[in-house]
Design a protein around this ligand. Sequence first.
Ligand code: ZN
Length: 501
Amino acid sequence: MPDSDCLSRLKKRLGKIRDVESTAAVLEWDQETYMPPGAVKARAEQIATVRQIGHDWLTSDEIGTLIDEVETEGELSEIDEALLRVVRRDYERATRLPKTLVARLAKAVSLAKESWKTAREKDDFSIFAPDLESILELNREKAEALGYEDSIYDPLLDEFEPDFTGREVEELFSRLRSELVPIVHAIAEREEPDTSFLRARFPTDVQWDFGIRVIEDFGFDMSCGRQDLSAHPFTTTFDVTDVRLTTRISEDFFSPAFFGTLHEAGHGMYEQGVDPKLARTPLASGTSLGMHESQSRLWENLVGRSRPFWRHYYPLLKKRFGVALGEVDEERFYRGINRVAPTLVRVESDEVTYNLHIMIRFEIEIDLLEGQLRVDDVPQAWNERMRDYLGIAPASDARGALQDIHWSLGTFGYFPTYTLGNLMSVQLYDQARADIENLDQRIAQGVFDDLLDWLRTNVHRHGRSRSADRILRDVCGEPLSAAPWLAYVRRKFGDIYGPLP
Ligand code: ZN
């Protein structure tokens, strides 16, 4: 069936919008990797201009009219129907926000970023509080403009995780928390594995090469992607044929660069796996942040911190880092990289306690937005929850409520996607193990093509044409649930630490 005139005109416009957005992404990637520091101001203007063009084109009356026309024509293929649904969603979200609100939010963010930095340096939450207050107020306005039925949190979460409401996340998290807190407390009483060897000297070039070797084995396609260095690792996509990863390497600590590289490659393989037919359309990227995080966590944790993986790679690692790892056998290494211990800082936390850090932020966000918590009381609420969930509390706000940049960037509703992704990763991986014969043995041989093929077929190729909820129901036969993740944690960490509650 050939595209109707309206549909082909809509696709042409969307292709150009996509080009402009990708161009902005190139500028942003360059800013974080190679741009000389003196160019900061000029680059900010360039990015703002290009982003503005993309926004103007998306919110133009022409797009609105084309969407309506294509809709009234009826009879679309499944993929075009998905395209129309996604474009309408993007169009409506973008047009519902008044330009003045967007501008005020941008201005508040630039002030908040500065005051957040100063507050963190001086360890004084009160410096950041007034700016957080305005960001909160603007997010309330944003939510009102977007509209909602139940909670003011919903339209904000919806930006990152369509399909889920604040109440659903709350229910999921409360089940998770009630079972996870006793597990974390039990582990805290057990004997801690040795991790000192991870902080020996690991030459950076050898770390770089080893990371690249592993992600190429995974199936990250270097002919359609590359890796560079940046201060904060991230993944960005210019097209399915051009996916950029970044990493950061410290010579005296093995874990961050290696597991960070696997993590970003997981994001990258998702983007590379989108059906090329969807290129230059709004469907050509991951379907939600949670689903995206499920892919990065799957490769980082479920594969990269597993016994079968290290059965294959530990001898290779030892060959490269003989000086640092000379006396350390595979079992000691495996336990070391899987150490669980409450930490104050989210980004330094382990696979098990990580989700408790997320819950604290989620609960504070929703209480702030719904007016049950005042900005000035955030540090106290933070510290109380840290004590309840993790059994420790920060002596300073710099390592407490001020540790994350997200709120200063004006982003509310983002944090829960990290935990949703962790839960999804195990649900999908359990299904992959059921579907792929001898997956563990394959991984122990350093062979990942069955796993990547499975992910491509079931998740990646769909891009945004299927929602996270639909993918989970279709592939795993059930909606998102905390039970598989909890079972996984009890299995894996029960084996390391002894039986867990
Ligand atoms: Zn990630």
